[in-house]
Design a protein around this ligand. Structure first.
Ligand SMILES: [Zn+2]
Length: 112
């Protein structure tokens, strides 16, 4: 399961932050997940619960911010929210270049 390795990566980053701050537990982790990142939130939450058991992040809240898919037209330069993976400009038929939606990053870690 892809989400298991994602959860593992998140845990490692959180533990690093915790150690750098000389803390002993992780309260919450803020995460940016793009709609095109290929991560299923339900599976990720489940994987996070499993992987954090017995670690300083056990019981930590995983606060996920969904990042919509947006793209900019290479012809008229307008920026659109991409629906149904349609990467053609609705106004001029130009090609839309992806601007956001593939994010998968830890935004913050609350430690104690
Ligand atoms: Zn256009």
């Amino acid at each position: 399961m892809h989400e298991m390795s994602v959860a593992d990566g998140i845990l490692k980053i959180a533990v690093d932050v915790m150690k750098k701050n000389h803390c002993r537990s992780i309260k919450a982790i803020g995460l940016k997940v793009g709609e095109m990142s290929g991560v299923e939130l339900e599976a990720l939450n489940l994987a996070f619960d499993v992987i954090t058991r017995g670690t300083p992040a056990e019981g930590a809240a995983l606060r996920i911010k969904r990042i919509p898919i947006t793209a900019q037209c290479n012809r008229c330069q307008k920026i659109f929210r991409v629906e149904h993976y349609n990467f053609f400009c609705p106004e001029c038929d130009g090609v839309l270049i992806l601007k956001s939606g593939r994010e998968l990053q830890v935004e913050y870690v609350d430690v104690d």
